[in-house]
Design a protein around this ligand. Structure first.
Ligand code: SAH
Length: 221
């Protein structure tokens, strides 16, 4: 992937810094080799404001404006690993494009990503970055993603990066049989949940405690 976006200074040293980040992810229990390889190659600093770029490979969430945050690397790795636990996914729906970093990771691991964002300014920036990185298997929509994106449903995977109090029914219903929805759920206390669609219904597994921005309704122009 090209890092030639005019920030050579950070780009030159960032591969080594990312290798350290990947070692840390392994120590934290991430096992999926493909996910680790993609995160080793994805320039997270390009998804942040220049002022924050030197902190890009710390394991923390960082502000991206509009009161939103880019998810911490461990959480991106963990959610992606959970999404792909049954193998390859062809079409994935993402709720909350934000900076576009999670979208970039997904786009290198699945056939096509359908990503939704409710804040227009964030979507515009993310789209430019992903285009510069030559990631073209992505469709964008400015909408309230809690309703999913039914035009392209059903999806083999759905990944939501903002937390609702309860799992939106539309998201569950847009899963293909065997498909997985990975989503943080709750208010002050949140847990990551994995919903699997079976032939007869849904199975839910509750995993890690997490802290996400809330899933909000409506759009911001
Ligand atoms: N994956 C992003 C995380 C961004 S934070 C990243 O790593 O940068 C969560 C994002 O979800 C925010 O950009 C927020 O605007 C968006 N969001 C919140 N509620 C939403 C909704 N109902 N529909 C679409 N996007 C939503």
């Amino acid at each position: 992937m090209s890092e030639d976006l005019g920030r050579q200074g950070v780009g030159m040293t960032s591969l080594r810094t990312r290798e350290r980040m990947v070692r840390r992810l392994r120590e934290q229990g991430i096992r999926n080799a493909e996910v680790l390889e993609v995160m080793r190659n994805t320039p997270r600093h390009l998804f942040l404001d220049e002022a924050l770029a030197q902190r890009a490979y710390e394991d923390s969430a960082l502000p991206i404006g509009h009161s939103q945050t880019i998810s911490q690397p461990y959480i991106v790795a963990r959610m992606t690993e959970l999404l792909l636990a049954d193998g390859h996914c062809d079409e994935v729906l993402e709720i909350g494009t934000g900076s576009g970093y999670q979208t970039a990771v997904l786009a290198q691991l699945v056939g096509r990503v359908y990503t939704t964002e409710r804040i227009r300014a964030l979507q515009t920036m993310a789209r430019k970055r992903l285009y510069s990185l030559r990631l073209r298997n992505i469709n964008y929509q400015h909408c309230d993603g809690a309703m999913g994106w039914d035009t392209h449903a059903p999806y083999g995977g759905i990944l939501c990066t903002a937390a609702p109090e309860e799992i939106p029914r539309d998201l569950r219903d847009q899963l293909a049989p065997g498909g997985r929805l990975v989503i943080p759920v709750g208010g002050d206390i949140q847990y990551l949940q994995v919903v699997r669609r079976t032939e007869s219904g849904f199975e839910v597994e509750i995993t890690d405690p997490v802290r996400f921005v809330p899933l909000c309704s409506g759009i911001v122009r």
